[in-house]
Design a protein around this ligand. Structure first.
Ligand code: HEC
Length: 250
């Protein structure tokens, strides 16, 4: 039993280290950029909502936070329908088009909801994940991923990004163990977007997912500014009042 425990504790750290291996690119998140959030919201409903839900997010909340009218929200963001074929309403949650059972059958795994994914995994992870799908014949989807090795998700943005090949180099560590180290990507079939355009596209998408994970961040920021303005005005009034009170005493 003791040996087993020791083996376990020796083994766990190496697992953790293996999991945290991939280098993550920095995501240029900017929640003040409403246009970027809007673009991200549109990409999200077009490219992600067919498989993933955002089960805690309502459409009209996005509209309110990003300054879109209900008509705009209905026209630009909503494309799903319920089981009876009725179009989803602006006050409803962002449900997925696909059923859980179908997803299990098609992908052999549960597809996570994405409402709070940015908080769970971090913006840098998402930014890296969506940009590092690469060709790998050994995988069922023909694709693998640097940030999420052996991922079950197909590269749904491939026609935008194009197809890329990952280059690895063999490195030998101090103990003589060989390991494959990722050194860079090479586009083998160009997509509709250039590399810079695709990076910007993903940045908008990640920006939106960060907002969605904690929508009150937007309110908190604007509230903070209002509080500061209020305190500033109060300070001026207090100063004037003080001058008024003391003017006869000197
Ligand atoms: C064709 C269906 C499909 C579409 C469309 C899709 N995904 Fe996925 N996604 C999956 C599946 C399946 C998994 C689970 C992968 C696994 O566990 O191996 C997944 C997993 C994920 C994860 C979780 C990764 C993790 O570390 O747990 C993220 C993040 C994600 N998808 C983001 C997106 C975004 C953003 C989009 C839109 C650009 C998108 N997905 C579109 C099928 C899809």
């Amino acid at each position: 039993m003791r040996k087993l425990l020791i083996a376990f504790f020796l083994f766990v750290p190496s697992l953790v280290m293996a999991a945290g291996g991939a280098h993550l690119d920095h995501a240029p998140v900017n929640l003040k950029d409403t246009e970027s959030l809007k673009r991200g919201a549109k990409s999200f409903v077009n490219y992600c909502l067919s498989c993933h839900s955002a089960e805690y997010m309502r459409y009209n909340r996005i509209g309110r936070d990003l300054g879109m009218s209900e008509v705009e929200v209905a026209q630009e963001l909503i494309s799903t329908r319920d089981a009876k074929g009725e179009k989803t309403k602006v006050g409803e949650l962002m449900h997925v088009a696909m059923t859980t059972d179908y997803a299990k059958e098609a992908f052999g795994t549960k597809i996570p909801g994405l409402t709070v994914i940015a908080r769970a995994k971090g913006a840098d992870y998402l930014y890296t994940y969506l940009r590092t799908f690469y060709l790998d014949e050994t995988r069922p989807t023909g694709m693998n991923n640097i940030a999420f090795p052996d991922v079950g998700m197909p590269h749904v943005l491939w026609n935008l990004q194009g197809l890329q090949k990952a280059n690895f180099e063999t490195e030998t560590d101090a103990e003589g163990n060989e390991k494959q180290v990722f050194v860079g990507m090479e586009i083998v079939k160009p997509g509709q977007l250039s590399k810079e355009e695709y990076d910007a596209f993903v940045a908008d998408l990640v920006n939106f997912m960060v907002y969605m994970g904690e929508p009150v961040q937007l309110e908190r920021q604007s509230l903070g500014v209002k509080v500061l303005i209020f305190l500033f005005i109060l300070a001026i009034l207090a100063y004037l009042l003080k001058k008024e009170y003391w003017k006869d005493i000197h």
